[in-house]
Design a protein around this ligand. Sequence first.
Ligand code: C2E
Ligand code: MG
Ligand code: MG
Ligand code: MG
Length: 281
Amino acid sequence: LNAKQTADPYLHFCTEMDDKVKKHNLLVEQLTQAVKNNEIEVYFQPIIDIENNTVAKFESLVRWQNQGQWVSPVEFIPLAEESRVIIPLGELVLIKTCQQIKALEAQGYDQLVFNVNRSLFEFAEYNPERNVWIDIIKSQGVKPSQISFELTESVLAPENTNHLDVLTQLKAAGCLISLDDFGTGYSSLSYLRRFPVDVLKLDKSFIDEIHVDLADEALVRSIIQMSRVLGIKVVAEGVEEYAQLEVLTDAGCDYIQGYYFSKPLPPSQILPFLEQFARDR
Ligand code: C2E
Ligand code: MG
Ligand code: MG
Ligand code: MG
């Protein structure tokens, strides 16, 4: 203990707070610069159609290396929201996704769907009249039907009825809508009736023990059956083991995403993955 601390513990507390605020502000500044300088990367995680045993989709996941250190999106997305950098960041992720789609199209892969994450904040800030995301997709020469926007249940909460306009515009342009992390929010079946959802993504927390926990298995089976009745496709997130894949296949799940098939890949590994998968199937 230094003398200052014993004399005035509050002063010590303030210094610590000050350090945290400084670190936080520095990180926000570094992130802002990274977006401006186009230093944000996007990795792509394959999503497998298990009925046809093909790669059907990819999820775009933002990546940021700050001074040689990877920072998790779980850490920097909240910072991006708070500083509004999430708006240009989200546009950049969409642009890079479109560029990836065009590159694959040139190789003969023109049916793949790319899922792009959008947070509640991005939805709240979106102007459906300007429809910037659709402008980006069209100006990049991409078919809107190759883009699916992933949003969480919070976007569909009753107090956010204005988001229906945004969803309606995106759907009208031909894009798909996926409901991410399904089951972690206030999941309500009525959301699925009121909103134009094409795909539901079962959260990893339901999948983790699906091969050992009968209650989890029963829950997942009934969600899949319900989705089928509503005409909604189901993706299982975070599948790591063969035993999980077996249960999900038997339950009639449509798509699988997870380390069992592949981690998120940098752009250079997409084509090799597609070619390898086609050889092995
Ligand atoms: P998410 O959309 O639910 O994405 C799935 C996360 O699970 C990704 O983490 C992915 O790398 C990870 N994952 C996939 N398969 C497995 C598996 O088998 N095991 C395990 N342990 N993890 C797996 P990541 O890339 O760290 O992203 C975290 C979250 O950050 C995303 O969760 C999403 O909510 C958000 N995020 C990522 N990119 C963007 C973006 O461009 N915009 C916005 N708004 N949010 C993003
Ligand atoms: Mg997602
Ligand atoms: Mg998810
Ligand atoms: Mg998740």
